[in-house]
Design a protein around this ligand. Structure first.
Ligand SMILES: CC(C)(COP(=O)(O)OP(=O)(O)OC[C@H]1O[C@@H](n2cnc3c(N)ncnc32)[C@H](O)[C@@H]1OP(=O)(O)O)[C@@H](O)C(=O)NCCC(=O)NCCS
Length: 165
């Protein structure tokens, strides 16, 4: 899959592509996840070491979930993953690559992979991401007080469903 930048050839300054992740992407995915979370949500407790993150991606995320990466100039700059329960478990871009349409393209990839719909959690304080999801058709369906996640941080469950009719 190719991002809009490649389709517009020379008119675009920023080519990227989205592809299925491979085992060799594991460490890069873990790094994107960590750096992106730390930048977007510095108030969260850091619960895992970088090594634990890499093990989680290698032994849980990649073998058990559907994972896509956004790549530019051979570098993984974004990741999205979906589990068997139709939960979007990750959507993270390196900070320098945000605001260029790549997150939207990854979300579209998730929608195409789950045309009947899916859900995702966001932290309530993550207003940038919440606006991003809400402007792309995701609807808040439940609010949690933080007792249901490891970080103890209030969260919101979003649902995306295709428009019927
Ligand atoms: C939220 C995120 C995945 C969106 O991806 P993206 O590539 O920046 O998004 P796009 O460029 O496709 O779209 C930009 C939109 O996101 C919003 N946005 C969210 N975070 C942004 C950021 N850090 N920089 C610029 N725009 C951001 C913009 O307001 C813009 O909104 P609009 O087009 O609806 O007006 C990405 O910004 C990110 O990784 N954020 C940090 C990690 C995070 O919070 N992930 C979600 C966890 S639930």
């Amino acid at each position: 899959m190719t991002g809009p930048a490649k389709q517009t050839a020379d008119a675009s300054p920023f080519p990227y592509r989205i592809r299925a992740a491979a085992p060799a992407d594991g460490d890069a995915i873990a790094a994107v996840h960590r750096v992106s979370m730390e930048e977007a949500m510095p108030y969260l407790p850091v619960l895992h070491t970088a090594e634990e993150d890499r093990a989680w991606v290698a032994h849980v995320v990649l073998p058990r979930q559907e994972v896509w990466v956004a790549e530019t100039a051979g570098r993984v700059v974004g990741v999205a993953s979906m589990d068997d329960d139709d939960m979007l478990t990750q959507l993270y871009l390196l900070p320098a690559y945000q605001g260029r349409g790549i997150g939207s393209a990854l979300l579209e990839t998730a929608k195409a992979a789950r045309p009947a719909g899916f859900r995702l959690y966001a932290f309530q304080r993550n207003t940038r991401a919440r606006g991003f999801y809400e402007r792309r058709g995701c609807v808040a369906v439940a609010f949690g007080d933080g007792s249901g996640n490891d970080e103890g941080e209030p969260d919101v469950l979003y649902e995306w469903r295709p428009i019927s009719g």
